[in-house]
Design a protein around this ligand. Structure first.
Ligand SMILES: Nc1ncnc2c1ncn2[C@@H]1O[C@H](COP(=O)(O)OP(=O)(O)O)[C@@H](O)[C@H]1O
Ligand SMILES: [Mg+2]
Length: 385
């Protein structure tokens, strides 16, 4: 039985909360929901996925499976997502039956780089030079000067689905290698750094934001997050709030930003909790996942204050397993270190297997300790970053 609720009233435990997607972001959402006494139902085709293992109900089926979407719609008081690629038809099917937070309209913008860039431009958020490449004609007349980055409009993540191109010939080759699908071509930005802001917005329009953080990527994959960021933080928060309000967003979202010599550019919006917010599991009064539960259920948001002056989070990618299972006791030999492993069985290179967060008194101390813990766990590997 569904606890159908009017839009502005709170969804309280033991209501059933639905989730599209079963990765690690989903598993933390499920654990936060369960801690608060909610029941959880996850739709995820991989029977071994992290969130499926901890949910009350795991529907092992494709994301657009009609019968499973009907069950989610009928049995869940609200459905949310842990990835940006649920199909429009799946979300529409759910919206006919229950609350979907964030709304399909917001997810549709965040999951398509063309719509995302147009939306950001429309609301006056700064974005780098870009062109939409839908077909061969767009390829011939884009007006972007090289070097550029060609990105598929949809389904890219962790640097997948994008190629740096230095000439018109390379661009043409890259476009066909990416499948000649709709793309955006971005000018390559001269990065001084990258920051992100994670925030939550309720159905009432209340917003709570975490302190903006500084991110370091390697090969397009987030490597290290340091808390707090020091440059352009007020501007990042203002942009995050403006974007969330314009989307009438409900839930947790992240905005990734480029720091350039002339200020901030918005890179992309994630309509879900974010890897750069994982430090909140150990270093904030309310984690981004508890915040997601609170936001989609229409509860009062929790405090986003840090519990220590600084924190750093380093991702543990499958690359660390090449010489066998790392020595985890060494990774936790620091009293401020918190180890998270997602229980994935296949440690493929570039795959996010876990992360490690260290709380400390300064960003530098946190960062040094986090990297040292990771290196200690992989004594046989020479880690160059
Ligand atoms: N236009 C660009 N200029 C410079 N670096 C970029 C640009 N686009 C992407 N990158 C780098 O690649 C990373 C991943 O790109 P992003 O668009 O965020 O894709 P994903 O969806 O895979 O996270 C960015 O965080 C940044 O480090
Ligand atoms: Mg990104």
């Amino acid at each position: 039985v569904t606890d159908r609720v009017p839009y502005h009233s709170a969804i309280e435990p033991p209501a059933m909360l639905g989730l599209l997607g079963g990765g690690q972001l989903g598993s933390y959402f499920v654990m936060a929901a369960r801690t608060m006494g909610y029941r959880t139902m996850v739709l995820e085709p991989d029977a071994a996925a992290p969130a499926g293992r901890v949910a009350d109900v795991h529907l092992v089926a494709p994301y657009d499976d009609v019968a499973s979407l009907q069950r989610l719609g009928n049995e869940c008081a609200v459905v949310t997502t842990e990835f940006e690629n649920p199909s429009a038809s799946a979300l529409a099917a759910l919206e006919g039956r229950t609350l979907v937070r964030p709304a399909a309209s917001a997810i549709a913008i965040a999951q398509d780089r063309r719509r995302e860039k147009r939306f950001l431009s429309e609301i006056g958020a700064p974005v780098g030079a870009f062109a939409v490449i839908d077909d061969a004609a767009g390829l011939a007349s884009h007006g972007i000067s090289f070097p550029g980055v060609l990105k598929t409009a949809r389904l890219g993540y962790d640097g997948k689905g994008q190629v740096v191109v230095d000439s018109q010939v390379e661009l043409a080759t890259a476009w066909s290698e990416l499948g000649a699908v709709p793309c955006v071509l971005e000018q390559l930005v001269d990065l001084r750094g990258e920051i992100s802001v994670v925030l939550a917005r309720t159905p009432h329009g209340d917003i709570v934001h975490y302190p903006p953080v500084e991110n370091q990527h390697v090969d397009g994959i987030l490597h290290l997050t340091t808390v707090p960021a020091v440059v352009h933080t007020a501007e990042a928060v203002e942009l995050g709030r403006r974007i969330a309000d314009a989307l009438e967003y409900v839930g947790v979202m992240a905005v990734e930003l480029f720091v350039t010599s002339t200020g901030l550019l918005v890179n992309e919006i994630a309509p879900r909790p974010h890897n750069s917010g994982h430090w909140t599991l150990d270093g904030a009064q309310t984690s981004q996942f508890e915040q997601q539960v609170r936001a989609v259920c229409g509860l009062t948001l929790g405090s986003a204050a840090q519990t220590s002056p600084a924190a750093a989070m380093v991702n543990l990618l499958g690359d660390l397993w090449v010489a066998g299972e790392p020595q985890w006791h060494a990774a936790t030999a620091h009293p401020g270190a918190h180890l998270h492993l997602y229980g994935k069985h296949e440690p493929r290179p570039g795959r996010k297997m876990g992360h490690l967060t260290v709380l400390a008194d300064t960003p530098k101390a946190a960062r040094d300790a986090a990297l040292a813990c990771r290196q200690h766990a992989c004594r046989n590997l020479q880690l160059d970053h």
